[in-house]
Design a binder for this molecule. Structure first.
Ligand SMILES: Nc1ncnc2c1ncn2[C@@H]1O[C@H](COP(=O)(O)OP(=O)(O)OP(=O)(O)O)[C@@H](O)[C@H]1O
Length: 338
């Protein structure tokens, strides 16, 4: 008898990603094991990432791939260090190695969820570099993607945010999300079928957190009103938005060169001739090129800049993140370090 269908589905999803990694890092099965590419799973101990860890351990045995894991202790809950050790122990029991539990200090910037996420990705990046990992797997599912799209819609985000999480992201495409096309239900069933011990993060059901309310109240209400296909439809919106956003980014990269004069200033008349979606992207690129951190540049900054060139603010200057200053000088917009 073959594996439970849900177990087969999660293994297939991981196998596909491992094949991608092997295509990028061709390896002879007969080559020494320490030359095989290393794939790490980022595991919280929750159902999604434990299922991912189990599928990685299973599939890696059949391929010239080394499989390890990292768990991050945010230090935000009582007993979190002990739990991280426990999660690391579970990964080792699955046959993964190297396995590491890393403790981080969560800052205060941008709210608790964003601060924990920033600290977590910094720690995962550092672990990937330390171990020379070819890829780091994350357990996001299609349901997570749908939640991200809904949050973006509710915040009035543009299509880049509505495109949600990419299947491949991060420096040198290190982050992979094998479960992005799978629904959470399938992943949870795979955990049950394999009798995996998983940890339920109380934050995931704490109504104090926006995402938790969306997961437990918002999406079920939408499904009740509109039918079960909502999650799938939102994930499709993410994919369509990603394609559109990529196309506009390419357009903006080309447009940027044509609106700059010899001195590198942006010519307002030419900017004004661009469709607003392209113009805003050109402005964003120009500000980032002067050193503004992408993550601190919000829609309101770009809108302010847009008003500077479309005349609402006439002459004048505005200050932007990263000590970047934008100044309108006649028909030109000069953006530089202030
Ligand atoms: N503390 C952590 N240590 C390592 N990886 C983590 C940690 N928290 C989250 N991740 C990674 O990020 C992914 C998404 O996490 P998030 O908490 O947003 O979703 P989740 O649905 O609760 O996932 P899970 O069921 O795996 O906890 C996880 O599947 C995992 O790969």
């Amino acid at each position: 008898m073959g594996p439970h269908p849900a177990v087969a589905a999660i293994r297939l999803a991981v196998r596909r990603v491992l094949h991608d990694v092997l295509t990028e890092h061709p390896t002879e099965p007969a080559a020494p094991r320490d030359t095989h590419p290393l794939v790490l799973v980022a595991c919280s101990g929750g159902a999604d990432s434990m299922a991912l860890a189990s599928a990685l351990a299973f599939e890696a045995r059949k391929l010239p791939v080394r499989a390890g894991g990292v768990t991050v202790d945010h230090g935000l809950q009582d007993g979190s260090a002990g739990r991280a050790d426990e999660v690391a122990g579970r990964m080792t029991s699955l046959g993964l190695g190297p396995v590491e539990a890393v403790t981080v200090t969560v800052g205060r910037e941008g709210g608790p969820e964003a601060a924990a996420r920033d600290a977590r990705y910094a720690a995962l990046d550092a672990a990937a570099e330390r171990h020379g990992a070819a890829a780091v797997l994350l357990g996001h599912t299609r349901d997570d993607q749908a939640e991200t799209v809904l949050l973006g819609l509710a915040r009035g985000s543009g299509i880049r945010s509505l495109s949600g999480m990419a299947a491949v992201s991060g420096a040198r495409g290190r982050y992979r999300r094998p479960f992005l096309q799978l629904d959470r239900q399938t992943v949870r069933k795979a955990c049950i079928a394999q009798e995996l011990a998983v940890w339920d993060d109380p934050h995931n059901s704490d109504p104090a957190y926006t995402r938790s309310r969306l997961r437990h109240e918002g999406l079920p209400a939408l499904e009740k009103a509109l039918g079960k296909g909502v999650v799938e439809a939102l994930a499709r919106t993410a994919q369509l938005s990603r394609d559109d956003a990529d196309a506009l980014d390419t357009w903006a990269a080309d447009a940027e060169t044509s609106v700059r004069d010899e001195a590198g200033a942006l010519e307002c008349a030419k900017l004004f001739g661009l469709p607003p979606a392209v113009r805003r992207r050109v402005l964003r690129r120009a500000v980032i090129a002067e050193g503004a951190p992408a993550g601190s540049l919000f829609a309101r900054h770009i809108e302010e800049l847009d008003r500077l060139i479309t005349g609402w603010r006439g002459q004048g200057a505005i200050n932007l993140p990263g000590r970047v200053e934008a100044r309108r000088q006649g028909g030109r917009l000069v953006i530089r370090q202030g």
